[in-house]
Design a protein around this ligand. Structure first.
Ligand code: SF4
Length: 1363
């Protein structure tokens, strides 16, 4: 009888592991169950490391062992067997110890076991019998173990050995002493025997029989421990040293690696080295912890799995397993095999019963139906019919019923989340077996490492690179493989998961989630993990090509099997292929091309050539006679860069040969680069406590390392000055004032100390000065011109930007420019700068992904350009059909999401240039357009959509639409460029803009129509507002307001937000006329010299309200009537269902910050599409970025409610704070954003929400808004609390706007970060909760308590503000 047969016959459950190497004689054993308690497990040594943590009371027989594993359990026993009989006896001993002591027993059996086995007849009887007293003739009473556990185990071992001796007459000893006269003792921990004198073959490795060892070693001169291993030292050696502590004999170590011969071992024993290593490196069979703990961020993917339409089984989901189950992928794999086999058996049985002659007709019919649909969703229902038909069944039918009732009627999607130990060790891990099994299972592997492009990325070894698993799986050919990233393509992840489930075979989904193992807020090498960092990192990884996104579906036709989802890689691939084709043609044509040229060109040479070329170019473009000037800048927020560029432009106008560079670009060549210039200006902003901005840090670091003597020599002819930009009020404490402009103040003397001379005195710009940094910049610039000798050069420095804008408009041939040519240019993702100004009039902005800007620049690539498209949709109303069309446009041409904006329209982001025209055409096909959605024209006209006022909605909506249509530009350029319509009459017929002329308006122009008491459109923030006056349920006319506007420039106190003034009342029929004349008054009187002063609000203040009114009346040909009374109550949306007077229902839903997307928390985009398919009314967008499902008939209500509930869109159970908050888009798409808004604001709301709840204010509304820059798209300047981005992570903070939008806020803190915001708000909110008067809103309370002064008019916005 073989050993394996004998072991498998031992009582209790016996299991073999793993599947592929289960001994054939053990094939009757079920290898797929969890590790048993008090069981007897057979495993191959190679698979030991993949075992899950064994439960107490398990015996693990490690077959063909060549090394001992590190044991994990405190109560562990390790036995070593070198013969078959010893292995059998040790297995009995092990069972006994596992059973009695609840120990985990590892039993290592040599690969060379041989010899006959004498079995014990009544093993169970022995296991059940009581053990005798361990009075073992000296075998046990000498034990002196260090710990009580080890001592108890040793006693138990001795007792069991004695008992077994009585039963078998074979003695079991902790070691076998092959005593032989020798001055050295060899202690052998190898599972095989070794030939040497005086050898102790250890059988009980753990716990160590310390006294026995000491006794054996007492009389020798040296002790040699032989064990398997190739590390620094052996674990057995360490335990022997410990046991022999105090003895004089030195303890040598021999570590035996792979393939070491016995002669080598003998030779090592005879040598004298303290540690000898022989053989090749051995993978230590350490037992790895294999439990999966799914960190919180990774649940993103598991949440997505739960959206599976099929019944879902995540086989190692820790939350679903019982106590004795394991989260190990191995266990999950075993379970998957068992489940699939059971289902296979069910199908076979069903077929068998179907064919059986005596099967009853009802059973026959039920089975036939089920077999037809068995792999489809819903097959469980057919199964239930079988259950009903099989009541009281016997034989095969009973077995069939039993299997079906175990949950196999419907096919489950089986998923296994793969642990690191599986993913990192592909060749010898179970992952290979799972992929090669052909089973219909799906494996989910997380890659959590940051990309190599990340500044925070630690080095990743190739072994740890999980993305290579995809390659391995692709090689198999019949495995579905996809590589996805939830922060890059959410819909793609869902598609991949569903495809993997649909594929009948193994599926592997590699999911990227940077720092997924870290909780939010944990340090990730200098920054804190969080959704934003993960998103940015994903973008870097995907756009840089490090994490490719693709899907390989073997079930599709050949040409469709592989699909690449990474757009930038796609582009790079096609460019690469084009170039390759081109180059190969070139090579063929001129075979003499020296292929070594490229390889010999090192990066230094390339860099040096570039530098030389740059100098040559500069020399060429600049006059040699003019003074040279190098302007260096370091800038975080973009201001210093802007100043630097403007300085260069102005210097050139004065004949100075000026060039510009980023400070860090010369970090490696400071002496040469500065020494080559006669005049240098450094312009820098200040970060933190006087640190350098990001692109100046390398320069600063390089300064102290310079060779001073050499640098002085080089800079002998260089003159230099510095202009610093900072904010003297940034640090509220006086003692922190030293940080104001600290960098510039430190840098200037440092540079002079390097040998340069002063070109002009140090200049300091202060954001807190009345004109911002300009106050300090002007004298600095003047002194610079003097120093360069160009101060007397007369240059007209008009407002370049504004004039440029006006010129662009005039020269554009009514908004044509060279847009068409720009769109056709495939060499860049961008269009020309002047065309980028013109496309705004067509409703699209060029933007670039700000998250990627720096990393693409570092790779020498152009920014990731894309376009934002804004739809013109007066009044914010669209039909369900239009909604579906717009949804499809986001998927086909954009980034699969769209935004409901504060101007009641749709915005698409991420539309790349080649998709721009098709997207515009699709928008037009849906009977919408984008004309004048942006630009210096009248923009989308807003109107109140409050469902409580549905009975007059159509009146104000028609009014808004009529004004919008009336003020539309007339140019046919839009149709020509985007819709391919030819100019009517060729060049003979010219466009005419009767309202706008060739220069259009000085700036944008916004109109809104409000219906009191609802001011959700914030009518006073518009250039022109109409307040509907309703009498007897009829709109009798409108009060007209003028002069509202939100845009401000940080630190420029000449700019301010303003609320509109009421001019008077007009009848409905005069509304259009009034709108036109107000706009034309602005057209002719607005400031076209300075875009920062060009909005109507400045015109009104410059002219005076009364004069402005008179001018409008003159143009109208009639006066305004006196304004009528009106009262606003709120500028918020009211959520939930409302029934209108016509009996129709309206539901206002909450779409946080207007972002319509599918993500791990909700699938609003899909849900709204489903609703649009059945909805018969319309969709109305609110100015607070939410959506109203309008005009639902009573009979359709149940279905709409069902769908709203299904997609979570009926959830309006948020805190009042969240319901009344809003933010603009900002990063990463808005080119003007200085800080995050939409992506970050919900996180801030979470925290403020907690403060509100602490104070019992969960149900109290508070208008809180955030924008990424002072342009104010989300109307922060009249909110009760507002934050306006100044720099990444820091915001200007305002308080004191009103709850109904009729009072501006007041700047309170010039620059705050999140901790400061929370620290400031906590006591304020607490006070408000306790001190407020009945119903007093927060904004009113802060004014009454003089926390901030009241802003009574835009012109006193900055007054008394501590910023
Ligand atoms: S407020 Fe500024 S950052 Fe926000 S969307 Fe408007 S322009 Fe962009």
């Amino acid at each position: 009888m073989s050993l394996l047969d004998a072991l498998s016959k031992l009582p209790g459950k016996c299991y073999a592991h793993p599947i592929s190497s289960a001994p054939s004689s053990a094939s009757k054993l079920n290898p797929y169950l969890p590790l048993p308690s008090a069981g007897n497990l057979l495993t191959n040594a190679a698979f030991l490391s993949t075992l899950p943590t064994p439960p107490a009371g398990t015996l693990i027989n490690v077959l063909a062992a060549d090394a001992l594993a590190t044991l994990r359990s405190e109560k562990a026993v390790a036995l070593i067997s070198r013969t078959a009989q010893e292995a059998y006896d040790h297995a009995l001993l092990g069972l006994r110890l596992a059973q009695d002591e609840k120990a985990v027993v590892y039993h290592y059996i040599s690969s060379e076991v041989e010899g006959a086995i004498e079995e014990v007849k009544d093993v169970q009887g022995w296991l059940d019998s009581a053990l005798g007293s361990p009075n073992l003739n000296g075998h046990c009473d000498c034990v002196d173990a260090d710990t009580a556990i080890a001592q108890a185990l040793l006693k138990a071992y001795n007792a069991a050995s004695l008992s077994l001796l009585k039963l078998t007459r074979r003695a079991q000893r902790p070691f076998t002493d092959h005593h032989c006269e020798s001055s050295r003792l060899v202690i052998n921990y190898l599972p095989s025997s070794i030939s040497a004198d005086n050898v102790l073959d250890v059988s009980l490795a753990t716990p160590a029989p310390r006294d026995k060892l000491r006794h054996a070693a007492e009389s020798v001169n040296e002790v040699i421990v032989v064990e398997a291993g190739s590390g620094k030292y052996g674990t057995a050696w360490a335990s022997v040293v410990d046991a022999l502590d105090g003895l004089a004999a030195p303890v040598r170590s021999i570590l035996v690696g792979a393939n070491a011969s016995s002669a080598e071992i003998t030779g090592a024993i005879s040598a004298t080295a303290l540690v000898t290593r022989i053989g090749a490196a051995l993978a230590a069979p350490t037992v790895l912890p294999t439990s999966i703990t799914v960190p919180t961020p990774e649940t993103t993917y598991t949440n997505l799995l739960h959206a599976s339409p099929a019944p879902l089984d995540i086989l190692n989901d820790p939350t679903k397993l019982s106590a004795n189950e394991s989260t190990s992928p191995l266990y999950a794999f075993g379970k998957a095999i068992a489940l699939r086999r059971e289902r296979g058996l069910l199908v076979e049985l069903a077929k068998k019963v179907l064919k059986a002659p005596n099967t009853r007709p009802e059973v026959h019919e039920a089975l036939a139906q089920w077999l037809l649909v068995r792999n489809e969703p819903g097959s469980g229902e057919a199964g239930k019919k079988i259950e009903a038909a099989l009541t009281g069944a016997t034989g095969d039918e009973a077995e069939l019923l039993e299997l079906g009732c175990k949950g196999h009627w419907e096919k489950s999607a089986l998923w296994i989340v793969i642990s690191n130990s599986w993913a990192h060790d592909l060749a010898s891990s179970g992952l290979h077996h799972a992929l090669a099994s052909g089973l219909d299972i799906n494996l989910l592997v997380y890659e959590t490492a940051p990309s190599p492009f990340s500044p925070l990325a630690p080095k990743q070894t190739p072994k740890e690179r999980k993305k290579d698993l995809a390659l391995y799986a692709l090689n198999m050919g019949d495995v579905y493989v996809s590589s996805v990233a939830v922060y890059a393509d959410y819909a793609g992840v869902i598609d991949a998961m569903r495809e993997a489930e649909a594929y009948e075979g193994p599926g592997l989904v590699l999911a990227y989630l940077p720092w997924g193992e870290k909780e939010d807020g944990e340090d990730v090498g200098g920054e804190k993990a969080g959704p934003l960092e993960r998103l940015r990192e994903t973008k870097r990884a995907v756009s840089g090509g490090w994490w490719p996104m693709f899907r390989w579906n073997p079930s599709l036709p050949d040409h469709k099997k592989f699909s690449l989802q990474s757009p930038r890689i796609k582009q790079a691939l096609s460019e690469f292929l084009d170039r390759q084709t081109h180059l190969s043609q070139l090579t063929l044509a001129t075979p003499a091309i020296d292929r070594s040229i490229n390889s010999s060109a090192g990066t230094d040479i390339i860099a040096a050539r570039k530098e030389k070329a740059r100098r040559a170019y500069d020399a060429l473009v600049n006059s040699l006679d003019s003074p040279g000037l190098l302007v260096l800048y370091a800038s975080d927020g973009g201001n210093a860069e802007k100043v630097a560029k403007r300085l260069v432009a102005r210097a050139k106008m004065r004949g100075v040969a000026a060039t510009i560079r980023v400070l860090d670009e010369i970090a490696q060549t400071i002496p040469e680069s500065l020494g080559a210039e006669k005049n240098v200006v450094v312009i820098t902003s200040t970060a933190g406590q006087g640190e350098a901005p990001q692109n100046g840090r390398k320069f600063l670091k390089a300064l102290p390392k310079l060779d001073l003597a050499r640098t002085k020599e080089k800079l002998a002819e260089t003159k230099l000055t510095v202009f610093g930009m900072g904010d003297s009020n940034y640090w509220p404490r006086k003692e922190d004032y030293i940080y104001y402009n600290k960098l510039a103040k430190d840098l200037f003397p440092k540079l002079l100390a390097l040998g340069a001379r002063e070109l002009a005195p140090l200049g300091l710009g202060d954001d807190s000065d009345p004109d911002g940094y300009e106050t300090g910049y002007k004298p600095f610039q003047a002194s610079l011109w003097r120093a360069l000798g160009v101060d007397s050069v007369e240059v007209v420095e008009a407002q370049e930007e504004t004039v440029a804008n006006e010129h662009i408009k005039i020269a554009s041939a009514y908004l044509r420019g060279t847009i068409l040519e720009g769109l056709a240019d495939q060499s860049t993702g961008a269009i020309g700068a002047s065309d980028a100004q013109l496309t705004k009039f067509h409703g699209t902005y060029m933007q670039d992904d700000r998250d990627l800007r720096e990393s693409l620049k570092a790779q020498g690539l152009e920014p990731a350009y894309s376009f934002m498209i804004r739809v013109r949709m007066p009044g914010g109303v669209c039909t369900p059909k239009q909604w579906l069309a717009l949804d499809a446009i986001a998927d086909e041409h954009g980034n699969s999401t769209f935004k409901l904006t504060t101007r009641q329209t749709f915005q698409f982001h991420g539309v790349v240039k080649k998709n721009l025209k098709p997207a515009m055409q699709d928008i037009n096909k849906s009977l919408l357009d984008t004309i004048a959605a942006c630009g210096d024209v009248n923009r989308n006209v807003q109107c109140s959509v409050n469902p409580h006022l549905s009975h007059i909605h159509h009146t104000v909506y028609d009014f808004a639409k009529a004004i919008s249509d009336h003020l539309l530009p007339s140019t046919s350029a839009y149709h020509e460029i985007w819709l391919d319509q030819k100019k009517v009459g060729g060049e003979a017929v010219q466009d005419l803009e009767p309202l706008y002329g060739t220069t259009y308006l000085p700036r944008k122009f916004k109109i809104a129509v409000a219906v009191p008491p609802d001011n959700a459109v914030d009518v006073f923030t518009n250039d022109l507002g109409f307040i509907a006056i309703v009498e007897n349920d009829q709109v009798v006319g409108y009060n007209v307001t003028v002069g509202g506007g939100m845009g401000v420039t940080h630190s420029n106190k000449k700019t301010y937000p303003r609320l509109g003034d009421v001019l008077g009342f007009v009848r409905p029929e005069d509304g259009r006329l009034a709108a036109e004349k107000v706009m034309l008054t602005q057209r002719d009187n607005g400031n076209r010299q300075d875009r920062k002063n060009a909005r109507l609000k400045y015109t009104v203040d410059r002219m005076g309200v009364e004069n402005f009114k008179a001018e409008v009346e003159r143009r109208m040909g009639k006066p305004f009537e006196p304004a009528r009374r009106f009262t606003f109550e709120s500028n918020l949306d009211t959520y939930g269902w409302v029934q209108g007077r016509d009996g129709k229902w309206h539901f206002t839903m909450f779409i946080e910050n207007g972002r319509v997307e599918d993500n791990s928390r909700h699938q609003f985009k899909t849900g709204l599409c489903e609703i649009a398919k059945v909805h018969k009314g319309d969709f109305r967008l609110t100015a607070n970025q939410h959506c109203i499902l309008s005009g639902v008939a009573s009979e359709d209500l149940p279905e709409i409610k069902r769908l709203l509930a299904k997609w979570g869109l009926d959830n309006i159970n948020h805190s009042s704070l969240r319901l009344s908050s809003s933010s603009c888009v900002a990063l990463p798409t808005c080119g003007l954003a200085m800080a995050e808004a939409e992506r970050y604001f919900p996180l801030l709301v979470d925290k403020v929400e907690a403060i509100m709840e602490e104070n019992g204010l969960a149900k109290d509304a508070l208008v809180m808004r955030m924008t990424g820059c002072p342009n104010g798209c989300a109307r922060p300047w009249n909110a009760e609390i507002a934050f306006v981005g100044k720099a990444p992570g820091s915001y200007m903070m305002m308080l004191g706007g009103s709850h109904k939008g009729d009072r501006l806020s007041k700047p309170w803190k010039s620059q705050v970060t999140e901790p400061e915001i929370l620290e400031l708000l906590r006591p304020l909110i607490k006070r408000w909760a306790t001190e407020r008067e009945d119903g007093e809103h927060f904004g009113d309370w802060v004014i009454r308590n003089k926390i901030v002064g009241e802003t009574t008019h835009g012109t006193n916005f900055w007054e008394g503000a501590d910023v």
